[in-house]
Ligand binder design. Structure first.
Ligand SMILES: NC(=O)c1ccc[n+]([C@@H]2O[C@H](COP(=O)([O-])OP(=O)(O)OC[C@H]3O[C@@H](n4cnc5c(N)ncnc54)[C@H](OP(=O)(O)O)[C@@H]3O)[C@@H](O)[C@H]2O)c1
Length: 291
């Protein structure tokens, strides 16, 4: 008896969509592809993918349709031209939790089962153990699409709340961009006297790795609401020292615009009577309801 792997459609062949389609082909899955700029499908077709002439044809070709386009507007535009009845739509396009919920309602009206996703990888990581992809929404859709999804990386299902994957994705990206901002500020400062960035980089890597423990420490403090236990570097001391980051940037002719807002929050939290606590308490000034 031969087993038949159902085909998967990939809509969108930018850097990420191409990586997804390539990974499916490498794993032996039949793949149908469509892209607005048709030439981007050529290399995949040469490797065995079927080319759809239109989004409607691409949707009709497979029970599972993976969309990886620029934004939700383009996904709506592209999927809006096909018959989605009975299809499982997996949307791996970056968006907000609100957009995911709105899209899920629209997909349900079209008769489709909807799974929202967030890819925690860059294209070269797709198909490697380093990649993980967040999913939320219909459990049935997740189970049905899973043979294809597991090809992309570790599949992490976060539950039926369809906005959860986008929220988690955006929270992770927020951490990443905060880190990027810190790294670039640091490199601007370290090279402000003409020193090469490469000489400084290993120390920065070492320091960031040593400080990465904040993630777990802050998470425990935030969940317990107790920022005063186990403090090794109190906020009052940190807020005072932070002024030197801004002053040094100024002395060296480097903008402090990425740092200044954090300094303000630290000073405010310390002035509000929390100088003896840990830095994680400033989360109360980030929440708009101050809860
Ligand atoms: N690359 C990454 O590192 C990465 C990582 C995680 C998540 N993602 C997410 O994956 C998604 C795709 O990223 P990417 O890197 O593949 O981007 P990309 O290389 O810029 O590709 C964008 C894709 O969207 C298509 N597109 C844009 N507007 C369209 C429209 N109005 N109608 C139809 N198609 C349209 C483009 O078609 P054309 O080829 O015709 O322009 C192309 O296929 C994004 O949501 C991104 O946030 C990317």
């Amino acid at each position: 008896m031969t087993t038949h792997t159902p085909s998967t459609t990939v809509l969108g062949l930018g850097a990420m969509g191409t990586a997804l389609a390539r990974a499916l082909l490498s794993a032996g899955h039949p793949v149908t592809v469509w892209n607005r700029t048709a030439a981007k499908a050529d290399a995949l077709v040469a490797r065995g993918a079927a080319r759809a002439a239109s989004p409607a044809e691409a949707v009709a070709a497979s029970p599972v349709v993976v969309a990886c386009l620029l934004d939700y507007d383009s996904v709506r535009e592209v999927l809006g031209t096909g018959n989605l009845q009975g299809r499982t739509i997996v949307n791996l396009t970056n968006g907000t939790p609100g957009q995911a919920r709105e899209f899920a309602e629209w997909a349900a009206c079209q008769g489709a089962d909807y799974l929202d996703g967030g890819i925690m990888a860059v294209p070269p990581m797709i198909g490697s153990p380093a990649a993980f992809v967040l999913y939320s929404g219909s459990r049935t859709a997740f189970d049905r699409a899973r043979p294809a999804l597991d090809v992309f990386g570790e599949s992490v299902y976060l539950g039926e709340d369809v906005g959860r994957a986008a929220l988690t994705d955006i929270a992770l990206l927020t951490g990443m961009y905060g880190m990027f901002g810190g790294i670039l500020q640091s490199l601007a400062l370290a090279t402000s006297d003409g020193a090469p960035a490469t000489g400084f980089a290993p120390m920065l890597t070492r320091w960031l790795q040593a400080m990465s423990g904040l993630v777990d420490t802050a998470a425990k403090q935030i969940d317990s609401g107790d920022y005063a236990t186990g403090v090794v570097s109190n906020l009052g001391m940190q807020a005072a020292g932070f002024d030197n980051l801004l002053r040094t940037a100024d002395e060296q002719g480097v903008s402090g615009e990425l740092l200044a807002p954090l300094g303000r929050l630290m000073r405010q939290r310390a002035a509000d009577g929390h100088a003896h606590e840990d830095v994680a308490g400033i989360i109360h000034h980030l929440r708009k309801d101050n809860a």
